[in-house]
Design a binder for this molecule. Structure first.
Ligand code: APR
Length: 178
């Protein structure tokens, strides 16, 4: 669907590491030292250079290179995407304001894309795996953030892994357009 900025919002089922866009977003943790889920998939597809680049990112406090809700950018190494935007979503059960933190993770990533001149960006369903965010609420927050702030972008793509996640995002997009 068309966003107010003129960017196109698209939903695809599949693997974010295979998306041919300028920037893919990684659902990382605050250490930026890799993990499982989409973080593990992106590191595997990018190759060892990605971890090296993450280790170069300055710690803002011990073991924290990217605070929850913020974003940091590296190149994409062996990935089709030129950039990886690493963001950290909230752990749903333990974060005091998970909705605010999740929205910030999306907004910080959109801002980071603009800063590096990326015009097409692909997001996973941030915090919807290990971090336990309920799909329907996360989907509404994600598509609302794209609606609110996709200036200077051509495409905002959500790459959904699994039918339930795809359906949650589809429903959220329907509600946006309504
Ligand atoms: N492509 C697209 N989406 C994927 C992929 C993939 N290759 N692999 C997993 N996903 C989906 C999951 O199914 C889920 O819907 O990404 C979403 C986010 O799940 P997680 O990867 O578990 O991320 P998150 O819930 O944000 O937890 C982050 O997990 O991997 C660790 O280091 C990471 O500690 C951090 C935590």
């Amino acid at each position: 669907m068309k966003l107010p900025s003129g960017a196109i919002l698209t939903l695809v089922r599949g693997d974010i590491t295979r998306q041919d866009v300028d920037a893919i977003v990684n659902a990382a943790n605050e250490t930026l030292l890799g993990g499982g889920g989409v973080d593990g998939a992106i590191h595997r597809a990018a190759g060892p250079g990605l971890l090296g680049a993450c280790k170069e990112i300055r710690e803002v406090r011990p073991d924290v290179r990217c605070p929850t809700g913020e974003a940091r950018v590296t190149t994409g190494f062996a990935l089709p995407a030129r950039f990886v935007i690493h963001t950290v979503g909230p752990i749903y059960r333990s974060h005091p304001q998970p909705a605010v933190a999740l929205r910030n993770a999306y907004l910080s990533s959109l801002q980071a894309a603009r800063q590096v001149g990326a015009s097409t960006i692909a997001f996973p369903a941030i915090s919807c795996g290990v971090y336990g965010y309920p799909l329907d609420e996360a989907a509404r927050i994600a598509v609302q953030a794209a609606w609110d702030d996709s200036d200077e972008l051509e495409e905002v793509r959500f790459v959904l892994f699994g039918e339930a996640t795809f359906q949650a995002w589809s429903a959220a997009v329907e509600q946006l357009g309504a």
